[in-house]
Design a protein. Structure first.
Length: 316
């Protein structure tokens, strides 16, 4: 069993490095193309690159507070949520990390997430529904999963990936607005007057690339990074608890539960142990949607864990 989850850890770490490199490269290319298309030199591109860098840094520094505010999380009272605090302390000790701040989200849907920029500035939040519907063994598996996100620096990786996607979306929006109010139109008419048809085609291609293709690509990269981190966190949870049944049984309960976290959005869906987007009617089972999913199917994650235990495949 140890070989299985350690191999999964190595595989996911390698793939995530390449995906993050691709994300940064995409931001650079988008900035470069936008600058050349709008101004004929790199002025706008340099501005866009600096702007996106500043935005990424801000989101990186404020990631925990932004996520907690967006999900309506509040500090978990030590006396009222003693079991939750105890489990977080146990898993922090098992992972060799400081205890993260503990938050509660008042919501009947069973779910949880971790956020922050590093182990020293991290937080774990759980819904009231999770505490009510899972037993201690299952809760331990979920908390171990979230602690794994902190130990593996997934919280940092996903902050950067999400910020990269956001930066590209903002660059694309700026590019479209400048182009709409004359940036590209003026250059295109000037080029046509001089017989510059090929250059106009290049400018049109740049417009399509920056405003359509790049944001789609950034969304796909963000989803791919998130999917790889979820499987890695499941495997690390087994390592921390030495008990694959805890996280596996928890995921099976989540799969069978139909309640959805109320206060969430697509911007925060990648944080949760189960993406709220998976409960959107008609979302599951469509290949085009699967490409943008931030989580692997729960059945796939469950079957990986069942394989570690030598159990038959999960029946949905």
């Amino acid at each position: 069993m140890s070989t299985d989850f350690r191999e999964l850890q190595k595989k996911n770490k390698r793939s995530t490095r390449w995906l993050l490199l691709a994300s940064f490269l995409l931001v650079f290319i988008v900035s470069f193309v936008a600058g050349l298309a709008l101004t004929g030199f790199l002025g706008f591109g340099i501005f866009a690159l600096l702007f996106s860098g500043a935005l990424t840094f801000f989101q990186y520094r404020k990631s925990a507070s932004l996520a907690l505010r967006a999900t309506g999380a509040i500090p978990a009272d030590r006396d009222e949520y003693a079991q939750l605090h105890n489990l977080v302390e146990e898993m922090a000790l098992a992972s060799g990390l400081p205890k993260p701040d503990v938050y509660i989200v008042v919501d009947p849907a069973p779910n949880a997430f971790a956020t922050g920029r590093d182990p020293e500035n991290a937080a774990i939040a759980a819904t009231t529904g999770l505490l009510e519907k899972l037993d201690r063994n299952e809760l331990q598996g979920v908390i171990a999963h979230e602690m794994a996100h902190i130990r593996n620096y997934d919280i940092r990786v996903m902050t950067v990936a999400a910020a990269t996607a956001g930066a590209i979306a903002i660059i694309a929006d700026l590019f479209w607005r400048i182009a709409f109010f004359g940036g590209l139109g003026g250059r295109s008419r000037s080029n046509n007057n001089r017989g510059g048809g090929p250059q106009a085609i290049i400018i049109l291609f740049a417009f399509i690339f920056v405003t359509v293709l790049a944001p789609i690509g950034a969304g796909l990269l963000k989803a791919a990074v998130s999917r790889s981190r979820e499987e890695l966190a499941d495997a690390t949870a087994v390592e921390l608890t030495r008990n694959p049944s805890g996280i596996r049984l928890a995921l099976e309960k989540l799969d069978q539960d139909v309640t959805v976290v109320r206060k969430t959005s697509h911007a925060t869906s990648h944080l949760w142990i189960e993406s709220p987007d998976d409960h959107v009617k008609g979302h599951k089972g469509k290949k085009i949607n699967d490409m943008f999913n931030t989580h692997p199917p729960l059945s796939e994650r469950i079957n990986l864990l069942r394989k570690m235990e030598g159990l038959p495949p999960y029946q949905t």
